[in-house]
Design a protein around this ligand. Structure first.
Ligand code: PLP
Length: 453
């Protein structure tokens, strides 16, 4: 139990005076005051006013095993005592980093035996950029440098991560994207397929075809890789039509383009398999991971390297001039080990696949009948509700109404954390959520939709 050492107002004043928050309008926040989150247990947060809040976003898509797990706390404490840090740059290694690499090799999709550690998802994607370009250099095709990604995809906030990402408001600050990165449109049926009168299945193939068009436009001999999230997360939990990924895979195969699956959100059980690529049926060459690998208890990210790339890097490579101080951080790796063992022990992947995912889908289908909801989508333990002005015509709310923010405000006031991405209200609850807790969450969502109406 957290003991308050200052009042809420005191925390807020100090916060506004010194702490520049990420993705935040500093002045607007200072006026309003931050909400102070003080403690958490299972799927519930506590704030400084004593409110209990159901966290339907797992922090930031990461607390897969829920809050307060003693196994993870013990693993960190033990490792901090034994060896809080040592690097793996100069021909040294540490037991947790090795053991984690070994355990990851057990849970990664077939064809993956190697991992490159980073500190976050963004750093993982920076590694991807270095690694795919290095791969093609070593293959004697140094002109293969261009990486294709998607508008409204999210791949992090470093220079390379934000460049790969398709958030135009991010590109607008700081002169992005960096050279050699180009984008295609996202497979968002409601936005692009529905107005064109295409059914979902037809649209999936059309949207995948945009990749082929881009490869031909750039020149196949110049394209290094295509990177995408299996299910777009930060873009609004956009579940592509089932026809999309098989066609993407065919195109990557046909042109020899490396496929990178950014599984920072979709990895470690979120979609009902260990990895999202297994849910959507793709066979990536590289997988970016972070978040769920430690359930967010401590930062860790990296890249899982499939044999096609690993073989070349290892056998032809020489020195790969890349790495981070915290690549293979022993405490982070110890926590990841405990976390993955716990996911196995609690059978969380099976829980999402067999119980939580199907039940959430059922409940979201019912929320889809709400007068405010145009479309309800789920995949495993993630879901989205698209808020529309008119269900019949699909007419959107005018942007300036900020309907999502309005709804999110009601959630905040009613003990529920849900995120708004434009007019999409999204969730990604901890994978330990029980079916009774789904009922509790859905009742809260319904109340907030009614209040927004
Ligand atoms: N890739 C995806 C798909 C993400 O969702 C995120 C973060 O939300 C990132 C990369 C960046 O990860 P990080 O914030 O750990 O740098």
């Amino acid at each position: 139990e957290y003991v308050m050492t200052r009042t809420t107002a005191e925390w807020q004043a100090a916060d506004a005076a010194h702490f520049l928050h990420p993705f935040t309008d500093f002045q607007a926040l200072a006026k309003k005051g931050s909400r102070i989150i003080t403690s958490a247990e299972n799927i519930y947060l506590r704030d400084s006013e004593g409110h209990r809040i159901l966290d339907a976003m797992s922090g930031l898509w990461c607390v897969n095993v829920g809050y307060g797990r003693q196994e993870l706390i013990d693993a960190a404490t033990r490792q901090l005592r034994e060896l809080p840090f040592y690097n793996s740059f100069f021909q040294t290694t540490t037991p947790p980093a090795v053991e984690l690499a070994e355990l990851l090799a057990e849970v990664m999709p077939p064809g993956f035996q190697h991992v490159f550690y980073a500190g976050s998802g963004s750093e993982g994607n920076d590694t991807v950029v270095r690694m795919v370009r290095r791969y093609w250099d070593l293959q004697g095709q140094p002109e293969r440098q261009v990486i294709i990604s998607r508008w409204n995809g999210y791949h992090g906030s470093t220079m390379a991560g934000a460049s790969l990402g398709g958030m135009k408001y991010m590109h607008a600050q700081g002169g992005l994207p960096i050279p050699g990165i180009t984008h295609i449109e996202q497979p968002y049926w409601w936005l692009h397929g529905r107005p064109a009168g295409l059914c979902r299945a037809e649209f999936g193939k059309v949207a995948a075809g945009w990749l082929e068009q881009k490869i031909l436009e750039v020149g196949p001999e110049k394209v290094a890789a295509f990177i995408a999230e299996p299910i777009q997360g930060a873009g609004g939990v956009i579940v592509p039509p089932e026809t999309y990924w098989p066609e993407i895979q065919r195109i990557c195969d046909q042109y020899g383009v490396l496929l990178v699956s950014d599984e920072v959100i979709c990895g470690f059980g979120r979609t009902g398999h260990w990895f999202g690529c297994q849910t959507v049926g793709s066979r990536p060459d590289l997988i970016t991971f972070a978040k769920g690998v430690t359930s967010g208890y401590i930062p860790l990210g990296g890249v899982m390297v499939g044999e096609r790339v690993a073989k070349v890097l290892i056998e032809q490579g020489g020195e790969f001039e890349h790495g981070y101080t915290y690549s293979g951080h022993p405490v982070a790796c110890a926590v990841a080990l405990a976390n993955i063992r716990l996911i196995r022990e609690l059978k969380l992947v099976e829980h999402v696949h067999d119980e939580l995912g199907p039940y959430l889908a059922e409940q979201f289908a019912q929320l889809g009948e709400h007068p405010l909801v145009g479309e309800a989508q789920t995949c495993g333990a993630m879901g989205a509700l698209l808020l529309v002005k008119d269900r019949a015509s699909g007419e959107a709310f005018p942007g300036e109404l900020e309907i999502g923010m309005l709804c999110r405000g009601h959630c905040f006031g009613n003990g529920l954390i849900m995120r708004a991405v434009g007019d999409r209200m999204i969730i990604a609850p901890p994978l330990v959520m029980t079916l009774a807790q789904v009922d509790e969450m859905v009742a809260l969502i319904r109340r907030c939709l009614d209040l927004t109406l």
